[in-house]
Design a binder for this molecule. Sequence first.
Ligand code: 5AD
Ligand code: SF4
Length: 474
Amino acid sequence: MEEKKILENRQGEVFTSSNTNSSPVRKKLLLESYGCQMNFSDSEIVASILSEAGYTTTKEIEEADVVLLNTCAIRDNAEQRIRHRLDHLKSVKKKNPDMVVGVLGCMAERLREKLLEEEKLVDLVVGPDAYRDIPRLVEQVEHGSKAVNVLLSREETYAEISPVRIDSNGVTAFISIMRGCDNMCSFCVVPFTRGRERSRDPKTIINEATDLFNKGYREVTLLGQNVDSYKWNITSKGEVIQPDEPTVNFAQLLAQVAEVSPELRVRFSTSHPKDMTDEVLDTMAKYENICNYIHLPVQSGNSDVLKRMNRGYTREWYLDRIAAIRRIIPGCAISTDVIAGFCDETEQEHQDTLSLMKEVGYDMAYMFKYSERPKTLAERKYEDNVAEETKGRRLTEIIDLQMQSASLRTKQHIGKIQKVLVEGVSKKSDAHHYGRNSENVVVVFPRGNSRIGEYVHVQNVDATSVTLIGEIVH
Ligand code: 5AD
Ligand code: SF4
């Protein structure tokens, strides 16, 4: 069946997923995901739980018995998009009143029962730690009552659940290594919607990576809100929990995943500048199959703004981490997240963000206007006082600068011969394959005899602003 995937931006991604399984058809599920990679990964866990309960998936809304939206709450516009989708579902439900409509994820956790009052057609509200409960909750709805489970957990990591890979290309996959976040950046709603940070048992992570490799996958991306604070068998104060069991930090976990096979590429997201250690960088340098790419959100280039954001580092600290990356992994690609117009941001502070971006020369960036979120520290402590127009102008300046930087960075690959993992057929031409180099740049090249899921060496001969054009070399 044809699959649909509309990519918009990192936290604004939307897709409609569909896969089939062999269990007897009882009920049909339509599962839509919005937001970050973690949400997409969570949807694969939800699909697994519901497939065990006998559901098959569909992408035809007219034939769905259950429609679940896995939602994002990071910015107001993410929630608006979901409300529009719910509006559309109203007309479908008029024709099919038995259809169960559920909201999962961050918006469910943020609004809880209020969502049932505000959006009358919603039957089911389930937070990120309660997905095992969905089959029971759907039954409750079928018996005539609305159902809510938004309990957050300190333990749930869905460790042993084998995700159903949705819309998979059979080559690249996400592996969730931890959940929640303890950082409390003042602008961010995630600690409220995803709860306390907890790490997943490394054995189950290695098993999942090995299983994917054996099924033909050649790249895994380890996911967490702050992967650098991954820890197993160690408390947050650094004490060992079980003395006879090994402890594992993020650098060690990375090495263990890289050891699954030299043919398995490893990526990870997201790193935190205050926690990223040289040990992680040394591990990346040691293993050829750990990709030369780090996503290191800066948010602002001004230390006073960073303080108001409660980020736990200064501009100088951040630049020191960049210098460490450049020293230990020469040629490593670096991407970032930037917020324009945070509370009290002055013109000079904004200029500091631009100057930092110039200094770093990012390969890629996700750039946002500040959006005040209820309950966050910033909402309680500061005023959202940068005019909308000013936020817009500053964001445009940031984007313009980044476009120049990205284009320069892409061009630097021209002339080089690089190892590319073939991911699929180019959308524009059947005669071309596309894949990515270690630095995460998409490379398009005449397919020749190359097969999806294998590595080829490609010489880059040209580039558009963000894509390389290459030729296979033997
Ligand atoms: N407003 C704008 N951007 C935000 N982000 C998180 N919270 C907000 C907010 N309230 C951005 C940050 C973060 C990324 C995932 O989303 O840049 O790194
Ligand atoms: Fe939000 Fe900060 Fe945690 Fe990232 S590290 S999820 S921005 S609180």
